[in-house]
Design a protein around this ligand. Structure first.
Ligand SMILES: *[C@@H]1O[C@H](CO)[C@@H](O)[C@H](O)[C@H]1NC(C)=O
Ligand SMILES: *[C@@H]1O[C@H](CO)[C@@H](O)[C@H](O)[C@H]1NC(C)=O
Ligand SMILES: *[C@@H]1O[C@H](CO)[C@@H](O)[C@H](O)[C@H]1NC(C)=O
Ligand SMILES: *[C@@H]1O[C@H](CO)[C@@H](O)[C@H](O)[C@H]1NC(C)=O
Length: 324
């Protein structure tokens, strides 16, 4: 699903920055072990206050670990299918502290073949984001000894309709380039190529491995079913019990009051569960994965797009042959 968001051009931010994303940053002296971890979105993480934007997440301080539930990939014939009993990774987004966000912040790291939107601010006047035409980025893993990471990503970070790598490239170029802490300069003058990219993917996974959505729902007897519908409130409760605070639940599909079951109702929420978003601030670099959990509505975000009526929500079983 798409988020409604206020898009802030990066140029406007750059003027606030003492260093980082953001012109002026050099590759030297980003040894984060030398500084105390600052909590993102705290007063000390304000752009003007931060000593090294490589060590404190200065811009994308509201992290959102996002997951998908879908029933088919459209690429089953190529062996691209979902992991059984598990949701899949969407990404780890660097929202601004107020929940708005920016995107495609560094066009020198543009690996997304299908940029969406196709300008940096999503308007016709924005800077165009040129489609990536280079080789598939999943070719990059082997030379860096990252085949284990590639195998994990192919299993748990699965795309619909297009090859998995296209989704990873999209998440990296659209979102990861907007973190101050994944800036290329943070990795020093002689960093291995793509160190920032691999470290981003690993950071996404580190967060996601602590977020077993499927199990949390299962423990409340909420299992994929094509026969029984569930109630949003029960799903929210199960995930709040698991995570500790309320995540965002996203639904697609028809609106409840446009379905036969919801006829005459004023509930126009959607009826097919397909997304969950978990919110955090982080101490120091996101790479350290020292998160402080937040409720999804703590920074102005909404809690759901799903219908709230009793028994309104489908949590569909995957298609035959779409999981292993
Ligand atoms: C990096 O740190 C060293 C030691 O403190 C210092 O001499 C040098 O000038 C610094 N370099 C930059 C680019 O800030
Ligand atoms: C972006 O997409 C729109 C709609 O498809 C198109 O009209 C426009 O020319 C594209 N802009 C760029 C910069 O590619
Ligand atoms: C569905 O609910 C919305 C919001 O309560 C209402 O405006 C709309 O008229 C309803 N639609 C139908 C078809 O009942
Ligand atoms: C369950 O329903 C979904 C949505 O209609 C469908 O895509 C899927 O194939 C179904 N799964 C099974 C096992 O019938």
């Amino acid at each position: 699903m798409h988020r409604a968001a206020v898009l802030v051009p990066v140029a406007a931010l750059a003027q606030l920055a003492s260093a980082g994303l953001y012109p002026g940053i050099t590759p030297d002296n980003h040894t984060c072990a030398l500084v105390d971890p600052v909590l993102s979105c705290s007063c000390d993480a304000e752009p003007g206050e931060v000593a090294d934007t490589c060590c404190t997440e200065t811009y994308g301080g509201l992290l959102v670990a996002t997951q998908f539930w879908s029933t088919f990939t459209g690429r089953e014939s190529k062996g691209q299918i979902y992991p059984k009993d598990s949701w899949t990774i969407h990404g780890l987004w660097p929202d601004f502290c107020d929940g708005s966000y920016t995107q495609y912040c560094d066009l020198s790291r543009q690996y997304d073949p299908q940029p969406a939107p196709n300008t940096t601010d999503g308007t016709p006047h924005g800077t165009p984001v040129p489609p990536y035409k280079g080789e598939a980025i999943d070719n990059w893993f082997e030379p860096y000894g990252k085949l284990d990471l590639l195998a994990y990503m192919n299993k748990f970070w699965v795309n619909q309709y297009n090859p998995n790598w296209v989704f990873w490239a999209h998440e990296f170029s659209k979102h990861a380039t907007c973190y101050s802490t994944f800036q290329k300069e943070c990795y020093g003058p002689k960093a291995a190529e793509h160190a920032d990219l691999f470290e981003f993917f690993e950071t996404v996974i580190t967060f996601q491995r602590t977020l077993p959505t499927f199990e949390w729902l299962s423990q409340a007897d909420i299992k994929p079913s094509n026969k029984t519908r569930y109630t949003l409130c029960d799903m929210q409760q199960a995930l709040t019990d698991g995570f500790g605070l309320a995540p965002f639940l996203g639904c697609s599909g028809p609106r409840y009051n446009e379905t036969a079951a919801g006829e005459g109702s004023l509930d126009n929420g959607r009826t097919e569960l397909n997304e969950v978003w978990y919110y955090y601030n982080v101490y120091g670099r996101p790479q350290s994965a020292h998160g402080k959990k937040l409720a999804a509505d703590a920074s102005g975000g909404q809690l759901t797009t799903c219908a709230e009526a009793k028994g309104a929500i489908w949590y569909y079983e995957r298609a035959e042959g779409s999981e292993r």
